[in-house]
Design a protein around this ligand. Structure first.
Ligand code: NAD
Length: 375
């Protein structure tokens, strides 16, 4: 982990330390110039750029990136961007590992990738260097997801965990307000569910509370529309620190109803990831509030003494983020099915899953009702 304003300047040294000689740089099309900058700074150790990362890591994108890696003989990848780009790096690492297993190069570990199963060509594993430019926290987790045939499959595999991370808040100076707020709340959501996770411990709770505090304190300043550039730069640093804690919490604990609902709604109705987190979080907290007393006390404290559900709703409002599922394009007619699907999972949650309560939660989230009051 390298953290701090200007840390990006140490890129070449990190690439060298990881022993990469022919790295493939990954980015979205919109962040291509940043990928070019990575290539310029890492010099001969970069063999190519794949600037085709998109949301939800479609298997076709994984295959295209894989082909690009093979074409240049890549021995590692540098993922620069948000959770979508880092997710592509993870899928590529998993794919390479699965292919290596198929070729007898490594011991079988876990499931393997969809794409690998479909292609079956051998290759070595790829180390990943992640350079996050949002607050998703993905760079810290062994959680991966790949979308194939309209379904996003997720899993945990230590082999997808980036070997190194460069956190440089200066890279977030270009982050649009509409990405910054929801991605920060996505980070807060990891912390909230870590606070009441069945496998939490005193250290994860400490990290989760501090992660929420840092994100809540900094995000409004990150999106502030004023000319105090220094204050905004400092706020980006504090938020990135919160995101680091958030990713660490997600990596260390099991997530519950909130992540399950986001995953379900995102996959089934193609809703945007971070925005869905932002809209649902206050309502899931409201649902769980009486069943996770210590977690709610910590959450309230991290929110500066506010009521947990109301505090999260008001934060989203201050961040100019969406507040209602209807704003994300979800038809009201989908809510019954969504509640049914939510009941099917087998996952832990502080409050037992009750269909009527979940249906109510979804209705409030769809309408954008302020918890405990009017919209
Ligand atoms: P994203 O990566 O999809 O980025 C959104 C858009 O913002 C993209 O167009 C991107 O190019 C642009 N962008 C990112 N940083 C920018 C910057 N600094 N300046 C200008 N533009 C920038 O959004 P996200 O919210 O970071 O990631 C969402 C994805 O991450 C989802 O697919 C989600 O499933 C995944 N995720 C995974 C984990 C995990 O642990 N596996 C955790 C959280 C999120």
């Amino acid at each position: 982990m390298v953290f701090g304003a200007g840390a990006f300047a140490g890129l070449a040294a990190e690439v060298e330390r990881l022993g990469m000689r022919r790295a493939l740089v990954l980015s979205t099309p919109g962040q291509r110039r940043l990928a070019d900058e990575v290539a310029r700074r890492a010099g001969e150790r970069v063999a190519g750029i794949f600037a085709g990362a998109v949301m939800h890591v479609p298997v076709d994108t994984v295959l295209a990136a894989r082909a690009a890696a093979e074409a240049v003989g890549a021995d590692g990848c540098i993922a620069i961007g948000g959770g979508s780009t880092i997710g592509l790096g993870k899928a590529l690492a998993l794919e390479a590992a699965a292919l290596a297993v198929a070729a007898g190069e490594a011991a079988p570990g876990s499931s393997g990738s969809v794409a690998a199963a479909e292609r079956g060509r051998p290759s070595g594993a790829l180390a990943t260097l992640a350079i996050p430019t949002t607050f998703s926290g993905s760079e810290m987790t062994p959680v991966f997801g790949v979308t194939a045939r309209g379904q996003k499959r997720t899993g945990r595999d230590e082999r997808v965990l980036p070997r190194a991370v460069i956190y440089d808040p200066e890279l977030l100076a270009t982050l649009p307000v509409k990405v910054a707020g929801p991605s920060g709340v996505n980070g807060i959501a990891h912390c909230v569910e870590a606070l009441y996770a069945r496998d939490r411990n005193p250290i994860t709770s400490l990290m989760a509370e501090e992660g929420i505090r840092a994100l809540v304190a900094s995000l409004p300043r990150v999106v502030a529309d004023d000319s105090d550039r220094e204050a905004r730069a400092e706020a980006r640093g504090e938020a990135l620190y919160g995101a680091w804690l958030a990713g660490s919490c997600l990596a260390a604990t099991s997530m519950a109803l909130h992540h399950k609902l986001c995953h379900l709604l995102g996959g089934r109705y193609d809703l945007p990831h971070a925005e869905t987190h932002t809209v649902l979080l206050p309502h899931v907290v409201q649902y769980n509030r009486d069943f996770a007393v210590e977690a709610m006390a910590r959450l309230g404290r991290a929110l500066g003494g506010a009521d947990p559900a109301v505090g999260l709703f008001d934060l989203a409002q201050r961040l100019h983020a969406p507040l209602a599922l209807r704003q994300l394009g979800l038809p009201e007619s989908a809510l019954d099915e969504a509640a049914d699907l939510a009941m099917m999972g087998t996952y832990d949650n502080p409050r037992p899953l009750e269909r009527s309560g979940i249906r109510q939660l979804l209705q409030a989230a769809w309408q954008g009702t302020r918890p405990g009051g009017a919209a």
